[in-house]
Design a protein around this ligand. Structure first.
Ligand code: ADP
Ligand code: MG
Length: 382
């Protein structure tokens, strides 16, 4: 996979940079108008890449999406100044890019890419227009962008025009964050089986079970918690009361030997209202022991309904055990990170790698080919 370090020269090069600005936003209460960024961590993570390109003389136009499909970056532009430490120019339409580059005032951002027809369809015509900086005809190299950089790992599992098709039209490179994520996660997959402990919890079993399936032959132990564990327990014939179990649990678990001795499920629980809402003391002890003996730990997904402090103990104790383990520790997941940051006693710097990939991380760990990485040539390795 070519990375930005392979770009020979960036001076005055027009760079189309795919970034991850998909932050939680909310409508401002006062006055009822305007949008506010609730938590800007993902935007701050892009600063290093933007600065890196600017320092080398590149002209940078960024593309990004907001998951609220009709959301616009227009109202968020002033907040970017604070998060990125530089003014960002707002480009409303694709056809405005060419003019923006001609009078280049500094780093620009095109509005929510998912609002443009063709993006989600991975339409090559749309990608070609992006590469041409919105110019109606792509005049060989003269008007359009020179280089495409993907620095949005979290969207790299999506077969979208600004991730995949765009690479057909421009020399394309992985950005710092994509390189870092891929290196960190690949290390988790490639590390020796002995001593490798994978902890999977949370809900959304359809994204978690593929990870379990991929690691069951590649890890020493897989420790389950959350709804995913409920699914396996149900499949083993246990009475789950009113606990959350995926309706299609049987279908989800096809191809996984639920009685594999490397697969550990909770043996005691915190139950409320006839629902399993957290793992119990004995399970915490058993899982913590496994973690303390591990050489590599990969953790995604809370052990219980951590949003309520009555059911957060399992997740907190596992977080402590992982943080204190001497293993190489990789963690990730939106809710997993939200849980850990709630527990004020956990020192984040104890984790060797924190993935911001979300669904892309899970897809990568499941061993799936990510279309955005494939487009950068990642799977052409021998
Ligand atoms: P991540 O974002 O870290 O990948 P998920 O989104 O898969 O994690 O799952 C997190 C959600 O799972 C949380 O909202 C949590 O409350 C829920 N959860 C975990 N255990 C249980 C449980 N036993 N019953 C109901 N919900 C649970
Ligand atoms: Mg989540």
């Amino acid at each position: 996979m070519k990375t930005i370090f392979d770009i020979p020269d960036l001076k005055n090069k027009k760079v189309l940079l795919r970034v991850d600005f998909d932050v939680p936003i909310k409508k401002l209460e006062v006055g009822g108008r305007g949008l506010e960024i609730v938590e800007g961590f993902r935007i701050k993570k892009q600063k290093e890449m933007i600065d890196w390109l600017v320092e080398r003389g590149a002209k940078v136009v960024m593309i990004a999406h907001l998951h609220e499909d009709d959301g616009s970056f227009g109202e968020l532009i002033p907040q970017l100044l604070i998060l990125l430490g530089r003014e960002v120019g707002f480009i409303k339409k694709v056809e405005d890019i060419e003019g923006y580059l001609a009078n280049y005032p500094g780093v620009g951002l095109l509005d929510n890419i998912r609002n443009f027809p063709g993006e989600k369809e991975n339409d090559p015509e749309f990608a070609k227009r992006l590469a041409a900086a919105g110019s109606p005809e792509l005049v060989e190299g003269s008007k359009g962008f020179d280089i495409y950089v993907n620095n949005d790992f979290a969207v790299s599992h999506r077969n979208h025009a600004s991730v995949s098709a765009i690479t057909e039209f421009l020399p394309s490179y992985a950005g710092l964050l994509v390189k870092e994520e891929v290196t960190g996660l690949q290390k988790a997959i490639d590390s020796p089986k002995a001593g490798k402990v994978v902890i999977i919890g949370g809900a959304k079993a359809e994204t978690k079970v593929p990870v379990i399936k991929n690691f069951v032959g590649k890890a020493e132990l897989i420790l389950l918690g959350g709804v995913v564990a409920n699914d396996v327990l149900k499949a083993r014939g246990q009475d789950m009361g009113d606990s959350v179990v995926d309706e299609n649990y049987q279908e989800l678990l096809v191809g996984l030997d639920i009685n594999d001795p490397r697969l550990l499920v909770p043996e005691d629980f915190v139950v409320f209202d006839n629902k399993i809402l957290d793992i119990g003391e004995k399970t915490i002890q058993k899982y913590a022991d496994a973690v303390s003996r591990a050489s590599v730990v990969i953790w995604n997904g809370p052990m219980g309904l951590f949003e309520s402090s009555s059911f957060a103990t399992g997740t907190q104790k596992i977080a402590e055990a992982v943080a204190e383990s001497v293993a190489y520790k990789i963690i990730g997941g939106g809710d997993t990170m939200a849980a850990i940051s709630k527990f004020r006693n956990i020192d984040m710097s104890k984790f060797n790698f924190i993935s911001t990939g979300g669904g892309a991380m899970l897809a990568f760990l499941a061993g799936n080919k990510l279309s955005g990485l494939e487009a950068l040539g990642y799977y052409n390795r021998e």
